[in-house]
Design a protein around this ligand. Structure first.
Ligand code: IMP
Length: 210
């Protein structure tokens, strides 16, 4: 199933496209169920770029399920954001959200849509920052969460798959912007790490750049 061009650079597929879609269908049902009692539609904050494919598929699954539910309310609203996390000595606060008027989030039920939680450092900063803005509630949905000794203890409220501590690409997850368009989630190997090290400058291994 690995695309021919990427074969030398991946050690294998971790989660295939079909498994991802099945899990998303189940996640959508769980979310709609849990959102029933909210006083206003949840507002999804989609973290670019990595979560965009996950979000597209999740939104379709949500709307299919909602359309046949008999529920007349709008199921959710959404915005796209960019989140920059800064390394620092403090454990919270070093996070910048752009692409949105933060004031508009006051009083809303926010749901962060993420591709992957690795150490959890980004979310451990982002959640309290949004709470401090006056959000009514803040939860997270992450397609992936890594099991890693480097974890800071943050666990997503909804997690699609727990994965081993490996660097994964595909399904919009990238290594230096490469591999995002691949439909499956795969583990990059040492050859891939080396070949795409400077991808943004040189566009990859020689056979890719002719
Ligand atoms: P954290 O703050 O350590 O949880 O890192 C979260 C961010 O690191 C994610 O949103 C990704 O952008 C990036 N990241 C962490 N692990 C991976 C991976 O295996 N593949 C691609 N990106 C990753």
């Amino acid at each position: 199933m690995i695309p021919e061009s990427y074969k030398p650079y991946l050690s294998g597929i971790l989660i295939s496209e079909g498994f991802i879609q099945d899990r998303i269908t189940a996640l959508a049902a769980e979310l709609l169920h849990d959102w029933q009692d909210l006083s206003s539609p949840p507002h999804l904050l989609v973290v670019l770029k990595g979560a965009s494919t996950f979000f597209g598929d999740l939104l379709r699954a949500l709307s299919r399920r909602h359309a046949n539910s008999g529920d007349l309310r709008v199921p959710c609203t959404f915005d796209f954001v960019r989140v920059k996390s800064y390394e620092g000595t403090e454990s919270t606060g070093n996070v910048r959200v752009s692409g949105i008027d933060l004031e508009s989030l006051r009083g809303r039920h926010l749901v962060i849509i993420e591709d992957i939680i690795d150490t959890g450092a980004t979310m451990a900063k982002l959640v309290p920052m949004l709470q401090d803005l006056g959000a009514a509630s803040v939860q997270s949905v992450s397609l992936l969460q890594k099991r890693t000794e480097r974890a800071c203890g943050y666990r997503g409220n909804y997690v699609g798959f727990e994965i081993p501590d490996a660097f994964v690409v595909g399904y919009c997850l990238d290594y230096n912007e490469a591999f995002r368009e691949m439909q499956h989630i795969a583990v990059i190997n040492a050859a891939g790490i080396a070949a795409f090290k400077d991808f943004e400058e040189n566009h990859g291994p020689a056979e890719y750049t002719k």
